[in-house]
Ligand binder design. Structure first.
Ligand code: SF4
Ligand code: MG
Length: 336
Protein backbone atom coordinates (compact mmCIF):
# COMPACT_ATOMS: atom_id res chain seq x y z
CA UNK A 1 0.00 0.00 0.00
CA UNK A 2 1.23 3.46 -0.66
CA UNK A 3 0.18 6.75 0.84
CA UNK A 4 -1.64 9.19 -1.38
CA UNK A 5 -2.23 11.81 1.29
CA UNK A 6 -0.19 12.51 4.36
CA UNK A 7 -1.38 15.16 6.78
CA UNK A 8 1.34 16.15 9.22
CA UNK A 9 0.90 18.16 12.39
CA UNK A 10 -1.78 20.40 10.91
CA UNK A 11 -2.84 23.44 12.94
CA UNK A 12 -5.67 25.68 11.74
CA UNK A 13 -7.10 28.67 13.62
CA UNK A 14 -9.89 31.14 13.08
CA UNK A 15 -9.52 34.69 14.25
CA UNK A 16 -12.71 35.98 15.83
CA UNK A 17 -13.65 39.06 17.87
CA UNK A 18 -13.27 36.99 21.00
CA UNK A 19 -9.82 35.73 20.05
CA UNK A 20 -8.14 32.86 18.26
CA UNK A 21 -10.21 29.69 17.95
CA UNK A 22 -7.78 26.81 17.62
CA UNK A 23 -10.00 24.54 15.55
CA UNK A 24 -7.35 22.02 14.50
CA UNK A 25 -4.47 21.51 16.90
CA UNK A 26 -1.82 19.23 15.52
CA UNK A 27 -3.63 16.64 13.43
CA UNK A 28 -1.69 13.90 11.63
CA UNK A 29 -2.95 10.97 9.59
CA UNK A 30 -2.42 9.42 6.22
CA UNK A 31 -4.62 7.92 3.56
CA UNK A 32 -3.65 4.86 1.53
CA UNK A 33 -4.42 4.49 -2.14
CA UNK A 34 -7.79 2.89 -2.75
CA UNK A 35 -8.74 2.85 0.93
CA UNK A 36 -11.40 4.58 2.99
CA UNK A 37 -10.37 6.56 6.02
CA UNK A 38 -13.16 7.70 8.30
CA UNK A 39 -12.77 10.77 10.49
CA UNK A 40 -15.26 10.69 13.34
CA UNK A 41 -16.16 12.93 16.24
CA UNK A 42 -18.87 15.24 17.51
CA UNK A 43 -19.66 18.44 15.68
CA UNK A 44 -17.07 21.10 16.32
CA UNK A 45 -14.24 18.58 16.79
CA UNK A 46 -12.41 19.93 13.75
CA UNK A 47 -13.19 17.16 11.26
CA UNK A 48 -14.80 19.44 8.69
CA UNK A 49 -12.11 22.08 9.12
CA UNK A 50 -9.49 19.40 8.55
CA UNK A 51 -11.15 18.33 5.31
CA UNK A 52 -11.50 21.91 4.11
CA UNK A 53 -7.86 22.46 4.98
CA UNK A 54 -6.88 19.54 2.75
CA UNK A 55 -8.71 21.19 -0.15
CA UNK A 56 -7.11 24.48 0.83
CA UNK A 57 -10.49 26.04 1.39
CA UNK A 58 -9.53 27.76 4.61
CA UNK A 59 -9.87 31.37 3.66
CA UNK A 60 -7.49 33.89 5.05
CA UNK A 61 -8.66 35.80 7.04
CA UNK A 62 -10.30 34.81 9.38
CA UNK A 63 -8.90 31.31 8.85
CA UNK A 64 -5.20 30.67 9.14
CA UNK A 65 -2.95 27.70 8.51
CA UNK A 66 -0.70 27.96 11.54
CA UNK A 67 1.50 24.99 10.94
CA UNK A 68 1.81 21.66 9.24
CA UNK A 69 1.82 19.97 5.88
CA UNK A 70 -0.72 18.29 3.64
CA UNK A 71 1.35 16.08 1.38
CA UNK A 72 -0.47 14.88 -1.71
CA UNK A 73 1.70 12.40 -3.61
CA UNK A 74 4.56 13.93 -1.70
CA UNK A 75 3.82 17.57 -2.60
CA UNK A 76 2.70 20.01 0.08
CA UNK A 77 -0.70 21.48 -0.83
CA UNK A 78 -0.43 24.14 1.88
CA UNK A 79 2.46 25.71 -0.01
CA UNK A 80 0.72 25.65 -3.40
CA UNK A 81 -0.61 28.77 -5.06
CA UNK A 82 -4.32 29.15 -5.77
CA UNK A 83 -3.55 28.59 -9.43
CA UNK A 84 -1.84 25.28 -8.70
CA UNK A 85 -4.68 24.29 -6.39
CA UNK A 86 -7.21 24.86 -9.17
CA UNK A 87 -5.50 22.04 -11.05
CA UNK A 88 -5.81 19.75 -8.04
CA UNK A 89 -9.28 20.60 -6.76
CA UNK A 90 -12.02 18.68 -8.50
CA UNK A 91 -9.60 16.88 -10.77
CA UNK A 92 -7.34 15.12 -8.29
CA UNK A 93 -9.12 15.71 -5.00
CA UNK A 94 -12.87 16.23 -5.04
CA UNK A 95 -15.26 16.93 -2.23
CA UNK A 96 -18.91 16.28 -1.54
CA UNK A 97 -20.71 18.14 1.17
CA UNK A 98 -23.57 17.44 3.52
CA UNK A 99 -25.88 19.90 1.83
CA UNK A 100 -25.85 19.55 -1.97
CA UNK A 101 -27.57 22.92 -2.37
CA UNK A 102 -24.44 24.68 -1.14
CA UNK A 103 -22.34 23.24 -3.94
CA UNK A 104 -24.84 22.91 -6.78
CA UNK A 105 -25.54 26.03 -8.77
CA UNK A 106 -29.33 26.60 -8.71
CA UNK A 107 -29.31 28.61 -11.93
CA UNK A 108 -27.58 26.01 -14.09
CA UNK A 109 -28.87 22.65 -15.26
CA UNK A 110 -27.39 19.65 -13.54
CA UNK A 111 -26.06 18.34 -16.84
CA UNK A 112 -24.23 21.57 -17.61
CA UNK A 113 -22.62 21.54 -14.17
CA UNK A 114 -21.21 18.09 -14.73
CA UNK A 115 -20.08 18.98 -18.26
CA UNK A 116 -18.28 22.10 -16.99
CA UNK A 117 -16.22 20.08 -14.55
CA UNK A 118 -15.33 17.52 -17.19
CA UNK A 119 -14.33 20.14 -19.75
CA UNK A 120 -12.31 22.05 -17.19
CA UNK A 121 -10.21 19.08 -16.22
CA UNK A 122 -10.19 16.75 -19.20
CA UNK A 123 -9.44 17.32 -22.81
CA UNK A 124 -12.82 16.31 -24.17
CA UNK A 125 -15.09 17.95 -26.73
CA UNK A 126 -18.48 19.26 -25.64
CA UNK A 127 -20.25 16.28 -27.19
CA UNK A 128 -17.90 13.82 -25.52
CA UNK A 129 -18.29 15.63 -22.19
CA UNK A 130 -22.07 15.44 -22.50
CA UNK A 131 -21.89 11.74 -23.20
CA UNK A 132 -19.65 11.25 -20.18
CA UNK A 133 -21.97 13.37 -17.98
CA UNK A 134 -24.96 11.23 -18.91
CA UNK A 135 -22.93 8.14 -18.22
CA UNK A 136 -22.06 9.54 -14.77
CA UNK A 137 -25.73 10.29 -14.01
CA UNK A 138 -26.51 6.72 -14.93
CA UNK A 139 -23.66 5.43 -12.83
CA UNK A 140 -24.92 7.21 -9.70
CA UNK A 141 -28.32 5.64 -10.23
CA UNK A 142 -30.31 8.57 -11.56
CA UNK A 143 -33.16 7.20 -13.67
CA UNK A 144 -33.70 8.54 -17.20
CA UNK A 145 -30.42 10.45 -17.18
CA UNK A 146 -30.99 11.96 -20.65
CA UNK A 147 -34.01 13.93 -19.49
CA UNK A 148 -32.53 14.65 -16.04
CA UNK A 149 -29.54 16.16 -17.79
CA UNK A 150 -31.51 19.26 -18.77
CA UNK A 151 -33.17 19.77 -15.38
CA UNK A 152 -32.25 22.22 -12.62
CA UNK A 153 -31.24 21.19 -9.09
CA UNK A 154 -34.63 22.22 -7.63
CA UNK A 155 -36.30 19.66 -9.88
CA UNK A 156 -34.32 16.93 -8.14
CA UNK A 157 -35.26 15.35 -4.81
CA UNK A 158 -32.79 15.59 -1.91
CA UNK A 159 -31.41 12.13 -2.62
CA UNK A 160 -31.11 12.87 -6.34
CA UNK A 161 -29.26 16.11 -5.66
CA UNK A 162 -26.83 14.23 -3.47
CA UNK A 163 -26.30 11.76 -6.27
CA UNK A 164 -25.86 14.57 -8.77
CA UNK A 165 -23.20 16.10 -6.53
CA UNK A 166 -21.44 12.76 -6.31
CA UNK A 167 -21.63 12.51 -10.10
CA UNK A 168 -19.97 15.93 -10.38
CA UNK A 169 -17.31 14.98 -7.85
CA UNK A 170 -16.58 11.67 -9.55
CA UNK A 171 -16.87 12.77 -13.17
CA UNK A 172 -13.19 13.68 -13.24
CA UNK A 173 -12.06 10.40 -11.66
CA UNK A 174 -10.45 12.08 -8.65
CA UNK A 175 -7.75 10.17 -6.84
CA UNK A 176 -9.16 11.29 -3.51
CA UNK A 177 -12.78 11.89 -2.66
CA UNK A 178 -13.56 13.77 0.53
CA UNK A 179 -17.12 13.18 1.67
CA UNK A 180 -18.22 15.40 4.55
CA UNK A 181 -21.35 13.96 6.16
CA UNK A 182 -22.48 12.90 2.69
CA UNK A 183 -25.65 11.17 3.80
CA UNK A 184 -26.70 12.90 7.01
CA UNK A 185 -29.52 14.84 5.40
CA UNK A 186 -30.93 11.79 3.62
CA UNK A 187 -33.29 9.06 4.72
CA UNK A 188 -31.83 5.72 5.75
CA UNK A 189 -32.54 3.81 2.54
CA UNK A 190 -30.98 6.46 0.33
CA UNK A 191 -28.06 6.75 2.78
CA UNK A 192 -27.34 3.08 2.29
CA UNK A 193 -27.62 3.37 -1.49
CA UNK A 194 -25.22 6.30 -1.61
CA UNK A 195 -22.69 4.52 0.58
CA UNK A 196 -22.93 1.43 -1.62
CA UNK A 197 -22.45 3.62 -4.64
CA UNK A 198 -19.29 5.16 -3.21
CA UNK A 199 -17.87 1.75 -2.34
CA UNK A 200 -18.71 0.52 -5.79
CA UNK A 201 -16.96 3.42 -7.47
CA UNK A 202 -13.99 2.95 -5.22
CA UNK A 203 -13.72 -0.68 -6.23
CA UNK A 204 -13.95 0.27 -9.86
CA UNK A 205 -11.76 3.37 -9.97
CA UNK A 206 -9.41 2.82 -7.03
CA UNK A 207 -10.44 6.11 -5.42
CA UNK A 208 -9.24 6.89 -1.91
CA UNK A 209 -12.05 8.17 0.26
CA UNK A 210 -11.97 10.35 3.35
CA UNK A 211 -15.32 9.93 4.98
CA UNK A 212 -16.22 12.52 7.57
CA UNK A 213 -19.11 11.54 9.75
CA UNK A 214 -20.50 11.23 13.25
CA UNK A 215 -22.33 8.05 12.29
CA UNK A 216 -20.32 5.05 13.48
CA UNK A 217 -22.76 2.68 11.80
CA UNK A 218 -21.72 4.06 8.42
CA UNK A 219 -18.07 3.87 9.45
CA UNK A 220 -18.36 0.23 10.44
CA UNK A 221 -19.72 -0.63 7.03
CA UNK A 222 -17.37 1.35 4.84
CA UNK A 223 -14.06 2.33 6.39
CA UNK A 224 -10.70 0.57 6.40
CA UNK A 225 -9.22 2.89 8.99
CA UNK A 226 -10.60 5.34 11.51
CA UNK A 227 -9.37 8.58 13.02
CA UNK A 228 -11.24 9.75 16.11
CA UNK A 229 -11.05 13.49 16.71
CA UNK A 230 -11.86 15.45 19.83
CA UNK A 231 -11.41 19.18 20.42
CA UNK A 232 -9.24 19.67 17.35
CA UNK A 233 -6.94 16.70 17.96
CA UNK A 234 -6.68 13.05 17.04
CA UNK A 235 -7.34 11.06 20.21
CA UNK A 236 -7.29 7.60 18.65
CA UNK A 237 -6.59 6.07 15.25
CA UNK A 238 -6.42 2.55 13.96
CA UNK A 239 -7.83 -0.04 11.63
CA UNK A 240 -11.56 -0.59 11.63
CA UNK A 241 -11.08 -3.76 13.68
CA UNK A 242 -8.90 -2.10 16.26
CA UNK A 243 -11.29 0.79 16.76
CA UNK A 244 -14.44 -1.33 16.92
CA UNK A 245 -13.13 -4.45 18.64
CA UNK A 246 -10.54 -2.86 20.88
CA UNK A 247 -11.17 0.84 21.35
CA UNK A 248 -8.74 2.28 23.90
CA UNK A 249 -9.72 5.90 24.40
CA UNK A 250 -12.54 6.79 26.83
CA UNK A 251 -13.96 9.18 24.26
CA UNK A 252 -14.14 6.37 21.69
CA UNK A 253 -15.88 4.21 24.31
CA UNK A 254 -18.40 7.01 24.72
CA UNK A 255 -18.95 7.24 20.97
CA UNK A 256 -19.49 3.47 20.80
CA UNK A 257 -22.13 3.65 23.52
CA UNK A 258 -23.96 6.35 21.65
CA UNK A 259 -23.99 4.24 18.50
CA UNK A 260 -27.33 2.74 17.59
CA UNK A 261 -27.29 -1.06 17.50
CA UNK A 262 -28.58 -2.88 14.46
CA UNK A 263 -32.38 -2.85 14.38
CA UNK A 264 -32.50 -0.33 17.20
CA UNK A 265 -34.76 2.63 16.76
CA UNK A 266 -32.31 5.48 16.27
CA UNK A 267 -34.29 7.83 18.49
CA UNK A 268 -34.15 5.51 21.50
CA UNK A 269 -31.75 4.28 24.10
CA UNK A 270 -28.70 6.08 22.90
CA UNK A 271 -26.44 7.29 25.63
CA UNK A 272 -24.68 10.37 24.38
CA UNK A 273 -21.59 11.39 26.28
CA UNK A 274 -22.63 13.84 29.00
CA UNK A 275 -21.16 17.32 28.92
CA UNK A 276 -19.83 19.38 26.04
CA UNK A 277 -16.46 19.76 24.33
CA UNK A 278 -14.19 22.54 25.61
CA UNK A 279 -14.13 26.03 24.19
CA UNK A 280 -11.35 26.12 21.64
CA UNK A 281 -10.80 29.81 22.32
CA UNK A 282 -9.07 28.63 25.48
CA UNK A 283 -8.37 24.90 25.26
CA UNK A 284 -7.66 23.28 28.62
CA UNK A 285 -4.09 22.68 29.71
CA UNK A 286 -4.36 18.92 30.14
CA UNK A 287 -6.44 16.35 28.30
CA UNK A 288 -9.29 18.15 26.53
CA UNK A 289 -11.66 15.31 27.43
CA UNK A 290 -10.88 15.39 31.17
CA UNK A 291 -14.01 17.34 32.16
CA UNK A 292 -16.20 14.59 30.64
CA UNK A 293 -14.07 11.58 31.41
CA UNK A 294 -15.02 9.11 34.16
CA UNK A 295 -11.43 7.91 34.32
CA UNK A 296 -9.74 11.30 34.64
CA UNK A 297 -6.72 11.30 36.92
CA UNK A 298 -4.73 14.12 38.40
CA UNK A 299 -2.21 14.09 35.59
CA UNK A 300 -5.00 14.39 33.00
CA UNK A 301 -5.82 17.88 34.25
CA UNK A 302 -2.21 18.93 34.05
CA UNK A 303 -0.56 17.43 31.02
CA UNK A 304 -2.08 16.74 27.61
CA UNK A 305 -1.39 13.10 26.73
CA UNK A 306 0.47 12.54 23.48
CA UNK A 307 -0.67 10.23 20.74
CA UNK A 308 1.34 7.07 21.34
CA UNK A 309 1.54 3.74 19.60
CA UNK A 310 -0.48 1.00 21.23
CA UNK A 311 0.32 -1.40 18.41
CA UNK A 312 1.67 -0.97 14.92
CA UNK A 313 -1.32 0.86 13.45
CA UNK A 314 -3.20 1.74 16.58
CA UNK A 315 -2.52 5.06 18.29
CA UNK A 316 -4.08 6.48 21.42
CA UNK A 317 -3.73 9.76 23.29
CA UNK A 318 -4.72 8.91 26.84
CA UNK A 319 -2.89 8.65 30.14
CA UNK A 320 -4.53 5.27 30.73
CA UNK A 321 -2.13 3.95 28.09
CA UNK A 322 0.85 5.03 30.11
CA UNK A 323 2.81 2.26 31.82
CA UNK A 324 2.46 4.30 34.99
CA UNK A 325 -1.33 4.55 34.70
CA UNK A 326 -1.79 2.30 37.73
CA UNK A 327 0.19 4.69 39.87
CA UNK A 328 -1.76 7.66 38.50
CA UNK A 329 -5.03 5.92 39.24
CA UNK A 330 -3.90 5.34 42.82
CA UNK A 331 -3.26 9.04 43.12
CA UNK A 332 -6.91 9.65 42.32
CA UNK A 333 -8.14 7.07 44.79
CA UNK A 334 -5.86 8.24 47.58
CA UNK A 335 -6.65 11.86 46.92
CA UNK A 336 -10.32 11.21 47.62
FE1 SF4 B 1 -9.68 10.45 30.42
FE2 SF4 B 1 -7.28 11.10 31.30
FE3 SF4 B 1 -7.50 9.55 29.18
FE4 SF4 B 1 -8.11 12.12 29.03
S1 SF4 B 1 -6.10 11.26 29.44
S2 SF4 B 1 -9.28 10.45 28.22
S3 SF4 B 1 -9.02 12.47 31.04
S4 SF4 B 1 -8.15 9.09 31.28
MG1 MG C 1 -19.06 19.37 10.06
Amino acid sequence: MSKILDVRDLHVSFHTYSGEVKAVRGVSFDVEKGQTLAIVGESGCGKSVTSQAIMKLILTPPGEYKHGEVLYNGKDLVKMSEKEMEQIRGKEIAMIFQDPMTSLNPTMTVGKQIVEGIIKHQKLSKAEAKEKAIEMLKLVGIPSPESRFTQYPHQFSGGMRQRAMIAIALSCNPNVLIADEPTTALDVTIQAQIMDLMKDLQARLGTSIILITHDLGVVAETADRVVVMYAGKVVESGTINEIFAEPRHPYTWGLMNSMPKLNQDRSEELSPIPGAPPDLLAPPKGCAFAARCKYAMKICQEVDPELTEHSKDHRVACWLEHPMAEAYRKEVVEGR
